[in-house]
Write a protein that binds this ligand. Structure first.
Ligand code: MLT
Length: 264
């Protein structure tokens, strides 16, 4: 089935290997806004997930495979056949699905505040409950997520970021929240995919990420180390929580530039 293209924005220089950035749930590509000024030396492409930001919903059953296929067809339609792809959290799950389904696209992979394991039964049930609630009450179903998205110190001392995240959560469309939660609940574990990645990797986590345990990074780095590529740089971002690219944009951008510099 042909799918509508996702909303795509280009930043920085026109030529060269693009760095494609995939955002976290239930936000949109604006999570990269503060990192973009630090990425001016490379061509950057940001995309909105189905139903979020400027992207239309996708037809059919919710799945990250469908999202990954839409990323691939959107990039192909924009003349991009090869890119470094980095995703934060849900964006990372999608980057893993891309690596599985469209390995030729990937010149390198960045996995930020994410994991390659599938959900537990309990986590899956929680997602389906949030999906159902989002269909009833919309964004109210996700307003409490600010507690897990940001580090305690960010929430206590950086009201500009905290208020921005709160207002973005309040904008999240109910149908898109439900679609994405069902898609994430259905995703399989993809550690084995990383053992086939030929390009360089980055595995990055905010020091105080309440959603992703440090072990999730260790296992992704180990899987990339078993693959044919040069392996992954592990990075812990001091002081940041789950939304590391908003809480420490310069540090995250620097790690992305190092990944981009290792890719061909
Ligand atoms: C995200 O930031 O994308 C979410 O925390 C992902 C998830 O719910 O697993």
């Amino acid at each position: 089935m042909s799918t509508p293209p996702l909303a795509l924005r280009r930043h920085g220089p026109a030529g060269g290997l693009p760095l494609v950035l995939l955002h976290a749930f239930p936000l949109d590509s604006r999570i990269w806004d503060d990192a973009l000024p630090h990425l001016r030396s490379v061509p950057v492409v940001t995309l909105d997930a189905p139903g979020f930001g400027g992207s239309a919903p996708l037809p059919g059953e919710p799945s990250l495979e469908a999202y990954a296929d839409a990323v691939h067809s959107t990039l192909t339609g924009a003349g991009i056949g090869r890119a470094v792809v980095a995703g934060l959290s849900m964006g990372g799950y999608t980057a893993l699905a891309l690596a599985e389904r469209h390995p030729g696209l990937l010149a390198g992979i960045g996995l930020l505040d994410t994991k390659a394991e599938a959900d537990s039964e309990q986590a899956r049930a929680g997602r389906l409950a949030v999906a159902g609630r989002a269909e009833e009450v919309g964004a109210e179903a996700v307003l409490g997520m600010v507690e897990t998205l940001l580090a305690p110190a960010t929430r206590a001392r950086r009201p500009e970021i905290t208020d921005r995240v709160r207002s973005r959560l309040a904008e999240a469309p109910g149908p898109a929240i439900a679609w994405a939660q069902r898609a994430m609940a259905a995703r399989p574990g993809r550690l084995g995919v990383l053992e086939r990645v030929a390009g360089p990797g980055l595995v990055l986590r905010g020091e105080f990420d309440a959603a992703i345990p440090p072990a999730a990074l260790t296992s992704m780095a180990a899987a990339l180390g078993r693959g044919p590529g040069p392996g992954a740089e592990p990075v812990t971002v001091p002081g940041a929580g789950h939304l590391s690219c908003l809480e420490a944009p310069a540090e995250v951008a620097a790690a992305l530039l190092r990944l981009h510099g290792r890719a061909r």
